[in-house]
Design a binder for this molecule. Structure first.
Ligand code: 13P
Length: 337
């Protein structure tokens, strides 16, 4: 039942289903060079292309990763890189039954006229870039914009975030890439969970309003929401059950069941917290595949174990598998700490 004629419709639906497959989720390793530099600095390594390649090789060549991971989001540099033996990372992923994805946004800049908020760049030239990424093997895309609760959020910032995501989603689908729609609501702030729920409902209602206006095929998108939690500096922490209750309430009120997959970001939660929260959300049936698209909550232990030393690669890969398996169980609602 097409929304509009697109030669890619069937493929988009199939790709989205594959990424949202049972017991699996996304390994996000699409840190920009600047963010990758911060991660490398945390273990005393310089931010060189060789170090970034070595780290991504460690992650992507982990044996058995495809059992728990259905897709991996790459930064542009990684999409064109190969292993030290000369095999393209894209081919390593495909052989491991993992769909390659690509971060396509160009990052955040100040939004004039707002309350010191930001907007996400990257629409200029996006169609031709997306067509190139498809040729290179990418089958899904990611665009991350942010909304800050302590800064407002202003009506202007929400509208800009939602409109940008919708334009990006339409352009991605036109070029065969399943768009991951990610308006990250930052954890920062001392607000209670009710306030996060209110902001998340507002953000997602605008996002879906503009997605519909842009004739986006909902069966061929994936979402990457923040979990609904109290602000990071709020006086009380919420239990996984409470976070699950608020987050699912928000999703049920705002997200049509046509959307195949909800792939949460970890947003600074600890590895175990992110797993427990996902597990709590999968304790009862819901209309979507509710899973993970974690960067930090899959990589923190890996980095610490690796320390940039070749002799630690195997142990670091094992620690990636431990987290990936735990989150796979959490997708099935069967994780216990
Ligand atoms: P975190 O899981 O570290 O919040 O990363 C989310 C993200 O958008 C990376 O793709």
């Amino acid at each position: 039942l097409p929304i509009r004629a697109s030669s890619y419709s069937d493929e988009l639906v199939q790709t989205a289903k594959t990424v949202a497959s049972r017991g699996r989720g996304i390994l996000a390793i699409d840190e920009s060079n600047a963010t990758a530099g911060k991660r490398l600095a945390s273990i005393g390594l310089d931010n060189t292309e060789a170090n970034r390649q070595a780290y991504r090789q460690l992650l992507l060549t982990t044996p058995g990763l495809g059992e728990y991971v259905s897709g991996s989001i790459l930064f542009e540099e990684t999409l064109y890189q190969s292993t030290t033996d000369g095999k393209k990372f894209v081919d390593v992923l495909r052989e491991g039954n993992i769909v390659p994805g690509i971060k396509v946004d160009k990052g955040l800049v100040p939004l004039p006229g707002s309350n010191n908020e930001s907007w996400c760049q990257g629409l200029d030239g996006l169609a031709s870039r997306s067509a190139e990424y498809y040729k290179q093997g990418a089958r899904f895309a990611k665009w991350r914009t942010v909304v800050s609760i302590p800064s407002g959020p202003s009506a202007l910032a929400i509208k800009e975030a939602a409109w940008g995501l919708a334009r990006y989603a339409a352009i991605s689908q036109d070029n065969g890439l399943v768009p991951i729609v990610e308006p990250e609501i930052l954890l920062d702030g001392d607000h209670p969970i009710e306030r996060t729920l209110e902001v998340a409902e507002k953000v997602w209602s605008e996002v879906f309003f503009y997605l519909a206006q842009n004739n986006v095929l909902f069966e061929g998108i994936l979402l990457k929401p923040s979990m609904v939690t109290p602000g990071a500096e709020h006086k009380e922490k919420a239990s996984p059950e409470t976070i699950a209750k608020y987050t699912l309430t928000m999703l049920k009120r705002r997200v049509p069941p046509a959307v195949p997959g909800i792939m949460f970001l970890s947003g600074g939660q600890s590895e175990v917290e992110a797993t427990l929260n996902l597990n709590a959300m999968n304790q009862s049936p819901n209309p979507w595949h509710v899973s993970f698209s974690y960067a930090r909550a899959l990589q923190n232990s890996v980095l610490k174990t690796w320390q940039g030393r070749p002799e630690n690669v195997e142990a670091a890969q094992k620690s990636l598998l431990v987290r990936a398996k735990a989150n796979s169980l959490a997708q099935l609602g069967r994780y216990s700490a």
